[in-house]
Write a protein that binds this ligand. Structure first.
Ligand code: DX5
Ligand code: ZN
Length: 227
């Protein structure tokens, strides 16, 4: 595996990119850490994006590695394919998986970082006993399905408890947040223990995407110093 970027990591979500100018919009995030790729199946969430064929081309085109977020039913069946096409990390939803531990092991065996995501209503302690099986946890800070929603600060106690549990166990697991991350909210997520930040509209909503990434990174750094 290539060298991994240090925290705080900023992962722009290409859900907010221009889908017919994807190559150009990928080039615009070259200074960010990972391109966050939201796969939605219109079943696990009420929205539809793209599948493996499109993600394969994104993988071949992106200047930075891919962080794939699967909002799909039956990840046990479909997630390994995204690892096989070369995604750096593949995150599936705990609520959708039949055997999360077996799936995490399979993803790792293919060479991807294994990630598990939980929706705002899902308790964090359901992950405590399986933390070691994962490289990253994604605490959703909106209901999954759409970009541009408001940040749910009520998810912060759960994030903080997960961060405490991970440090108690000496785990190097990454803690990611996704949904409503912006200049106004990123510091509180960093204070609660997040080290990896997905941002869609707060990156692509600006003409100067590179400056938006730099600003988010420095705000996250400031927040993490106040932990
Ligand atoms: C939502 C997706 C997010 C989305 C975030 O279900 O998982 O990755 O793109 O968009 P913003 O940053 O605009 O809330
Ligand atoms: Zn996402």
């Amino acid at each position: 595996m290539p060298d991994l970027p240090d925290a705080p990591r900023i992962n722009p979500s290409i859900l907010a990119a221009d889908f017919v100018n994807m190559q150009a919009d990928l080039a615009r995030i070259a200074t960010a850490d990972f391109a966050h790729v939201d796969v939605m199946d219109n079943h696990f969430v009420p929205n539809l994006t793209f599948g493996p064929q499109m993600v394969q081309r994104i993988q071949e085109t992106s200047p930075i590695p891919l962080d794939v977020h699967l909002m799909i039913t039956d990840p046990d069946r479909w997630a390994p394919g995204y690892a096989e096409l070369g995604a750096a990390s593949v995150t599936f939803h705990l609520e959708a998986a039949t055997d999360p531990v077996a799936l995490a092991r399979r993803l790792r065996s293919i060479g991807a970082r294994a990630g598990v995501a939980i929706k705002p209503g899902t308790a964090g302690d359901s992950l405590y006993d399986i933390l070691d099986e994962f490289d990253q946890i994604l605490v959703m800070t909106v209901e999954p399905g759409f970009g541009g929603q408001g940040f749910m600060s009520e998810t912060m106690p759960k994030l903080r408890a997960l961060a405490d549990e991970a440090s108690r166990r000496g785990s190097g697991i990454w803690l990611q947040v996704d949904g409503g991350i912006s200049d106004a909210t990123i510091e509180q997520a960093a204070r609660a223990g997040a080290d990896t930040f997905v941002a869609g509209s707060a990156v692509y909503g600006h003409d100067d995407v590179e400056a938006a990434v730099t600003r988010l990174r420095s705000l996250a750094r400031a927040g993490s110093l106040e932990k």
